[in-house]
Design a protein around this ligand. Sequence first.
Ligand SMILES: CC(C)(COP(=O)(O)OP(=O)(O)OC[C@H]1O[C@@H](n2cnc3c(N)ncnc32)[C@H](O)[C@@H]1OP(=O)(O)O)[C@@H](O)C(=O)NCCC(=O)NCCS
Length: 180
Amino acid sequence: MNKNIDISNVILKTQRMILRPWKDTDLNDFYEYAKVDGVGQLAGWTPHKNIEESKVILDIFIEGKKTFAIEYQNKVIGSLGIECYNEENYPKFNSFQGREIGYVLSKDFWGQDIMPEAVKAVIQYLFEVENLDFILVCHSDRNKQSARVVQKCGFKYIKTIKYDAIENSIHSILYNPSRK
Ligand SMILES: CC(C)(COP(=O)(O)OP(=O)(O)OC[C@H]1O[C@@H](n2cnc3c(N)ncnc32)[C@H](O)[C@@H]1OP(=O)(O)O)[C@@H](O)C(=O)NCCC(=O)NCCS
């Protein structure tokens, strides 16, 4: 089952970045990377056409209290969400607590191991502070970049779900090492 999680007072520090709740003042940074072609499409959304579109999503991030802003060198360069997973897809996990993570990084910063570093910090928080039993992640089968993040963070493949005629969704899981 999904655990209720509220990150509105949570700040995580890694070697190179800070993960913290989104703020109104992040709007320009958000729009700067969300408008770029080829970023959002890999996560299932189209590039933002104007800053008003980014503002709508930013408000959802702030109100939802489940999405970290990734701050690097005093700039927000990505987001990492602690999403609710679809419980119908995982009936075996009904008696365990888990969530699904999702992430996006500004194209300017791809290929520098930034997202794996951020994801590892969130995994540690979810297991050690929130005491989750498992964490899920999924990506389309053409998204090789996300597949590498998943691999680098130690997730194990569990299943493939077809989500349209040509695309599959590849699902992976990580169990809390202290889970009995
Ligand atoms: C997936 C994503 C978060 C990876 O973040 P990252 O910090 O670049 O991760 P890594 O540095 O570990 O790079 C992962 C792989 O991306 C590939 N990659 C690196 N730079 C790249 C570039 N400029 N263009 C295309 N692919 C690139 C490499 O294969 C790399 O694997 P490697 O380290 O074994 O060479 C980022 O690519 C992104 O935001 N993509 C768009 C949104 C998205 O796909 N979100 C996930 C939805 S499930």
